[in-house]
Design a protein around this ligand. Sequence first.
Ligand code: IPE
Ligand code: MG
Length: 222
Amino acid sequence: MDGNGRWAKLRGKERYEGHIQGVESVRRVVRAAADAGVEYLTLYAFSTENWGRPAEEVDALMTLFCSCVINETPELIEQGVKVSVIGSRTRFSTEVNARLDEIEERTAEGKVLNLILVLDYSSREEITMAVRNLAAKVAEGALAAEEISESLISENLYTTGIPDPDLIIRTSGECRLSNFLLWQASYAEFYFPQTLWPDFTEEEFRKALEVYASRERRYGTL
Ligand code: IPE
Ligand code: MG
């Protein structure tokens, strides 16, 4: 979800106002995904690198995450959305972590759409952690090096149990992954609309699904 800051700047507003507007797009896309029968929707909301932004903006984002949990949970429950949070939870305040636990617990029965919120996430950090875990098992004799397989690595990532993404959409015209799901994205299709995230509509989401449906996925074969 990229382009909140530029959206705000274009209107002479503060960056955080772009983030607030971005929540509207989240609502729209969650609804559109559920309507389209998408089973897993993963939203990259805050990267580990985002801690490097000015404290004022980081604080505004933390406040926004907390208020979203409070305001959006009833509607998500009603829509049958099950929320999971992935990323390192070690750098968030107790308050933010409590709110994130709350949204996971309260939506746990959702059966319509799995909504994965990616927060304080770095794909390289995730892979490093998996390598460290597996190396520790080898060192203590619980695992043979030869037993390390692609599926074992997948099982040691935050996304264990979540299918690899079929389609990755990055808004705002930036054409890069920025440390997002590097391992999981091996065979993902990419879509880079120019639209800034706060302007992203249900229609554009459906368009992205159409573009995806028209792609031919060969997985390296003919
Ligand atoms: C994405 O919008 C939202 C977050 C990273 C939280 P940006 O804040 O990156 O917006 P731009 O790229 O500055 O326009
Ligand atoms: Mg950006």
